[in-house]
Design a protein around this ligand. Sequence first.
Ligand code: SF4
Length: 451
Amino acid sequence: MALTGIQILKMLPKKNCGECAIPTCLAFAMKVAAGQSEIGECPYVSDEVKEQIGEASAPPIRTVKFGAGDSAFTTGGETCLFRHEKRFENPTGIAVLVTTEMSDADVDGRIERFKSLRYERVGVLLKADLIAVKDSKNDGASFTALTNKVLAGAEDASIILISDNADNMKAAAAACGERKPLLYAATVDNGDAMAALAKELACPMAVKGKNIDETIGLTEKFIAAGLKDMMIDTGARTLRAALEDSVVARRSAIKSKFKPLGFSSITFPCEITDDPLMEAMVASVLIAKYAGIVVLSDLQGDILFPLLLERLNIFTDPQRPMVVQEDVYSISGPDENAPVLITCNFSLTYFIVSGEIEGSKVPSWLLIKDTEGLSVLTAWAAGKFGADMIAQFMKKSGIEDKVKHRELIIPGYLASMKGELEEELPQWTITIGPREAGHLPAFLKEWKPAA
Ligand code: SF4
């Protein structure tokens, strides 16, 4: 059972030294209890206490990490059934499958698309995360050769090795070196050998049953054997069965603390259908409902991009608005005569406003004031976008060195602030911009600095 903050506090050294980056032991204990800090962040707790608290405060879905550096991938760590209850922790990994039966051109194409299909959205890089390498010919040499090709071709890909043969798996896993792969999969037939290999190589292992009951039997056995870092595949290969298993597993782990299902799942939309659009639809359902990894047969922009956006929306923290950094942003190469606009740092506002300015083709300076992610009117009402704060930011932003004129365009919704701002910034003329970002292009095309 999870420990309370007070129970955890009793086991801490109570130095209140702040070395854990939290001022007091009590505050640190509360954060550990809430799953927001790791007990290991206190340098003074013994290994014994670490283990005791670590186990008790571990999330019901085990956190599993593999890969290294840029190719590191983390899954699990989930603590709730619904995003609005808290947040989802680790985004579903999107993997592309390559097999030893594919031609070089097919493999190269997938690796190339893995590297090139990358998008930036609200300041976040969106991309596929993993490449699943399948030993489809049950041939150790070609499996290791393909693994090496993927390792060299996609340096930031996390690797999933798929083979039923523990010897083939061992050779390919050794080729991965520090980039520890996920070993897929331990089954009823090869479980002992795969479990021994996972232990020997310190790699996480996926467990695959024919159905959810067989999967539970396998994970119980491996937990008893001391294995911790596992993922599960319940063997479901229809959308309905995969969805049902996914929901049952998550509910059992979160609500009933049922340890044999307390693992993130690896799912195979690529084995559920041959139709690429249907495959995307299956993947979208499984991303929404708890899959730790979805393995796709290929990556194509028109299919990958919507999945990445869906994932972004589901895995953003609903309690923390997305923000952009406070700064002066230059759009379309502005010079000293370009207009100067200001708005808040709520990322949606930034991207809409900057998009409209870009669309207007009027080179401009856009000042983004830190409002802790609140939108213009909310920030103003909360006292985070007042005239005095804007004036302070303007002075330290360096904008006065970038432009010859002294005219600031403020959001139309802040018209009532004009007088106050003019008092705070006596050298500046305050112009009220449009209320809607969509009207910015017409406004900017007409704009001329005040004489
Ligand atoms: S580092 Fe440890 S002893 Fe120091 S304040 Fe944090 S929890 Fe307390």
